[in-house]
Design a protein around this ligand. Structure first.
Ligand SMILES: [Zn+2]
Length: 237
């Protein structure tokens, strides 16, 4: 998993931008009325993500007691994702952040969507919170689905908060079959705390990264097969 810089937009700016052109006066008043609740939810998310305790964040089906989960879902879909929507430029900026457009969750496939780190269906106050919006490929997005972390071990890695790039945790083993294959597994560095190690295992398993990397490696081995054979002829095993 790759780390990314946090989005430059605050939860307040994003939410107020998204709801800036609501025409229905009643809905507008209710949405404006939960602005602080949305800001507070983002602050709580920020603190919990740093402590690896996102599983402890409470779920609130009606934001501030007045805006439903469905209404917050529409704020995201109609006022942030939709082309021409007031929040669309923020969506575009967040989705364009990964280098070369690669999904930071798997490091392989192209980014095609924003993943809600905590699903908006269960955490509606975080529906347009930039810290909860992670660029991802559609496969990683689907693999996460609306899963809710029940323990700290089940909290997926988050590119704005977690940095696992500093040490080697992914090990490849060559399987001497015809054709040769490569198997990948997670080996946690001894310097990591237990929770981070459990989360990396969970991330690797939930997103099916072992299968993905084995497939990519098989293709690479096919591509360099003749080169390897020539090397062996020239230099021995
Ligand atoms: Zn991915």
């Amino acid at each position: 998993m790759w780390t990314l810089d946090r989005p430059e937009y605050s939860a307040r700016v994003t939410f107020t931008t998204c709801i800036s052109n609501v025409r229905d006066d009643g809905l507008k008043a209710r949405l404006q009325g939960v602005t602080q609740a949305v800001v507070d939810a983002s602050s709580a998310f920020d603190a919990a993500a740093q402590q690896q305790t996102l599983h402890e964040i409470g779920r609130q089906p009606v934001v501030g007691g007045i805006v439903t989960t469905a209404e917050m879902g529409k704020v995201y879909a109609d006022r942030m994702v939709k082309k021409g929507a007031p929040g669309r430029h923020i969506y575009d900026d967040i989705i364009a952040a990964p280098p070369q457009g690669r999904c930071p969750l798997c490091g392989q496939r192209p980014v095609s969507t924003l993943d809600h780190h905590l699903p908006k269906a269960h955490y509606p106050a975080l529906a347009v919170a930039p810290l909860n919006l992670v660029p991802s490929c559609s496969d990683c997005n689907k693999a996460k689905l609306d899963g809710i972390p029940r323990t700290s071990a089940e909290v997926s890695l988050h590119p704005y908060f977690d940095d696992v790039d500093g040490e080697r945790w992914l090990v490849a083993e060559v399987i001497e079959t015809q054709p040769a294959a490569v198997r990948f597994k997670v080996v946690i560095p001894p310097t990591w705390d237990g929770t981070l190690g459990q989360r990396v295992h969970h991330h690797f398993k939930t997103l099916g990264l072992g299968r993905l990397y084995a497939s990519e490696a098989a293709e690479e081995l096919t591509n360099i097969r003749h080169q390897l054979i020539n090397l062996r002829v020239a230099a021995g095993t």
